[in-house]
Design a protein around this ligand. Structure first.
Ligand code: ADP
Ligand code: ZN
Ligand code: ZN
Length: 741
């Protein structure tokens, strides 16, 4: 006997309420998640339509009380069905409850009242209306005649719907027949809440693609012509015009009557992206993100569903836009970590987009100047198609990059945060009227320890990642838990200049203000952008050249176009290079290449200076020579050797608990449980170990890592772990999240 979970009202807050029904034997074979079924509901012989959201062997109730599904509504393949299928896939792949998955794909919580504003307009030439009027019996059709005459008098503007109903009696029984005859039209265009000021957005003509862009376009269209189009990775250097290629693709997809989702890595980029797309596609474009009001969000969903909006721009969650005929998903800056959700379900937008697209017959195009290892790996295996743009638009030069060895600076007596090369380059840029960006690529909290004389970094002997310093003075590996004392002299050269890098953006600002008292300085980091609107005001001040130097964290590198920037300085490339994460080399290459890519985007040539204790590291060399491929080759051999993704897969259990001892005990049991599978499956288990932030808001945090080349096997093990955890009361107070890489 099989049972189905059925949701009666999908649209709003009822997603949490699923009801159990028996599946009749004859349906068992064909019933699928997402199908629309008719079920008995309420008293008597009432029935309702509902969606199947789960299928299981057990009902969880007394079987005699469970009602039976009446029928399957075969004709209905709705957008909702497809989103339920997507939710089921997310649940299966990433691990969460069906309710959490449904909440992810149907994020609307409450039904909002529509903003009502209708206009009644003539839909045909005046002569046609006049002829019609002549033929209408004045005694029978008083109201229709009154309305048509008023419309003739009103001209192109038409009449306000509400007012016409009141003063002319233009109620639906009057307007309905006229609409059906095609004489009048009821426009509801302006009834939507639009989350941006349309009048402030400029419009422009389509741009002509240059030969390289046209070639890239042709290759993508060629892929689309094949029987099973693969996702395309558009690898184009910064400023090569990837966005212009997207626009051309979008034009094609719209002309097929289909819709487009454009994903961007973060909300902060929404406005500038919207601006560019709106310029080309006007009111067909909308945005969807978490900062919209409930009403705005509700309306963007409706606009998408009803075909009023056909291009949706937004971060990760815009992937769940309910388009009925999705043609294309674009993922801009595909490599950005923000595409991975950090709360349950920890889905990755790239993988989820590829799944949604394959289910709905849509295509996926992802773009980056610095592709993720995952995406590039898949182009090498043939799973994705690689298309490249090698030059900047109009052959503007990529910036010249110099790498400064900070060990030499130290030896030659300069202990400042600014190397002599960087200070000189800043002077030259400023003297010539250019702008300067200084980038402090600090992300994490816990820091690595390194030697300022020889560059030695304290690393884990098992995992080949940097150890990080903890409160108790110990150095810990976040993968395997290996611990050691923080050295006071360098184990490699004996120098006493060994320690953590402490300077933040504020210190950099002080040093720069002292060295360049004349320059106008802006600082952009978490502190200076906390207030609403401060982010945009700093960026616009810099864009209009009201400041000469912008100092900031990662926030300043993403996608911004400042034409007057001629110099980008990276204060310490090692900050990201020595993070205790196997992706640190990849992240560093990406940050450095993207940061350098901010220089020289206008008419003047740009330059970048990278300060580092590891000038020989391949991440830094690749960034200095704009050579992604050679970085990839080195990095993939490291991942292969260490069995890190994408060469292998990793299932991470993130556990949090108030009680540190209980957490440790629980993690130990989980490890033991995983070990029981070990012989049969050959999975590798690492940890448990404290997370890089070991405690947040009094909750202790630990992680356990399982590795295996087969993703499917890790998914199976995760399901077993879920059952084990559910069955063990000891885990009640430990909260566990799964992450699959
Ligand atoms: P990417 O997204 O690859 O960094 P963009 O699409 O932002 O590059 O292009 C960089 C700049 O060059 C933009 O200002 C863009 O308008 C301009 N550009 C690129 N291609 C063209 C083109 N074919 N015609 C006119 N301008 C272009
Ligand atoms: Zn040393
Ligand atoms: Zn380790």
């Amino acid at each position: 006997m099989k049972y189905a979970g059925v949701i009666i009202d999908i649209s709003h807050e009822k997603v949490d309420r699923s009801f159990t029904y028996r599946i009749p034997e004859e349906m068992e074979k064909d019933l699928r998640i997402g199908m629309v079924v008719r079920v008995p509901f309420g008293r008597g012989d009432h029935s309702r339509k509902g969606y199947v959201v789960s299928i299981s062997e057990e009902s969880g109730y007394d079987p005699s009380l469970v009602k039976t599904i009446l029928s399957v509504e075969n004709s209905e393949e709705t957008t909702e069905s497809r989103m339920i299928v997507l939710a089921a896939w997310i649940r299966e792949t990433y691990g969460c409850t069906m309710i959490q998955a449904l909440r992810t794909v149907f994020p609307i919580q409450e039904k909002m009242r529509n903003k009502e504003k209708r206009r009644i307009c003539l839909a045909v030439e005046r002569a046609v209306v006049e002829e019609k009027l002549a033929g209408l019996s004045p005694s029978r059709y008083k109201a229709r005649i009154r309305l048509l005459e008023a419309l003739l008098a009103a001209g192109d503007e038409g009449l306000d719907g509400t007012a016409a109903a009141r003063t002319l009696g233009a109620v639906p029984s009057v307007t309905g027949p006229l609409v059906r005859e095609g004489l009048i039209r009821i426009e509801e265009d302006n009834t939507w809440r639009i989350p941006f000021d349309r009048d402030s957005l400029p419009r422009e003509m389509p741009k002509q693609l240059n030969p390289e862009q046209s070639e890239a376009l042709a290759q993508i269209l060629e892929e689309w012509e094949t029987d099973a189009p693969r996702p395309v990775l558009l690898h184009g250097v910064t400023g090569s015009g990837k966005t212009e290629v997207y626009m051309e693709l979008i034009r094609r997809v719209l002309s097929e009557g289909k819709q487009v989702i454009v994903l961007i890595p973060e909300i902060a980029l929404t406005y500038q992206t919207l601006r560019r797309f709106y310029a080309q596609f006007g009111d067909q474009v909308s945005v969807l993100h978490s900062r919209l009001s409930a009403g705005e969000r509700y309306d963007q969903f409706r606009r998408a569903r009803e075909g009023d909006a056909r291009i949706m721009v937004g971060p990760r969650s815009a992937l769940f836009t309910p388009f009925s005929s999705l043609g294309l998903i674009i993922i801009d800056e595909e490599h950005e970590p923000a595409y991975a959700s950090e709360s349950t379900p920890r889905y990755h937008a790239r993988e989820t987009a590829v799944f949604r697209a394959s289910e709905e017959g849509a295509r996926v195009v992802m773009g980056s100047a610095t592709p993720s290892m995952e995406a590039y790996f898949k182009t090498c295996s043939g799973e994705y198609r690689l298309v490249s743009l090698k030059g900047r638009y109009e052959e503007r030069a990529l910036p010249a990059v110099s790498v400064v060895d900070m060990r030499r600076e130290m030896q030659e007596g300069n202990r400042s945060i600014l190397s002599r090369t960087l200070a000189e380059a800043m002077k030259t840029s400023l003297d010539q009227g250019g702008q300067v960006m200084l980038f402090l690529n600090r992300r994490g909290y816990a820091g690595f320890v390194s030697c300022r004389s020889c560059g030695y970094v304290v690393k884990c002997r098992h995992c080949d990642v940097s150890l990080s310093q903890h409160r108790n003075g110990k150095m810990i590996c976040h993968y395997c838990g290996y611990e050691t004392e923080t050295p006071v002299v360098c184990p490699s050269c004996g120098s006493r200049y060994i320690g953590g890098f402490r300077a933040g953006t504020e210190q950099v600002e002080q040093v720069v203000a002292k060295a360049f008292p004349e320059a106008r300085i802006l600082r952009m980091d978490l502190d200076t952008t906390r207030a609403k609107g401060s982010y945009d005001s700093i960026l616009s001040a810099f864009t209009t050249h009201s400041a000469d130097i912008l100092i900031g964290t990662q926030m300043i590198v993403k996608g911004h176009d400042f034409p007057d920037v001629t110099l980008v300085g990276i204060i310490s490339a090692d900050l990201s290079l020595n993070e205790s994460d196997f992706r640190s080399g990849e992240r560093t290459m990406q940050l450095l290449m993207q940061a350098a890519g901010r220089a020289g985007r206008g008419s003047r040539n740009g330059m970048a200076v990278i300060q580092t204790y590891h000038p020989e590291h391949y991440s830094i060399k690749a960034a200095a020579s704009h050579d992604y491929e050679s970085f990839y080759k080195e990095e993939i051999s490291y991942r292969m050797l260490m069995e890190y993704p994408p060469c292998s897969h990793m299932l991470i259990l993130h556990a949090t608990c108030e009680n540190e001892e209980l957490l440790q005990k629980g993690m130990f049991f989980l490890r033991q449980f995983a070990e029981r599978n070990q012989d049969r499956t050959g999975i590798r288990i690492i940890g448990p170990a404290p997370e890089s932030i070991g405690r947040i808001k009094d909750m202790y945090r630990m992680a356990l890592y399982l590795r295996h080349p087969e993703e499917k096997l890790l998914i199976r093990i995760r399901k077993n772990l879920e059952k084990y955890i559910e069955a063990n009361t000891g885990f009640r107070t430990i909260y566990i999240q799964y992450e699959l890489r």
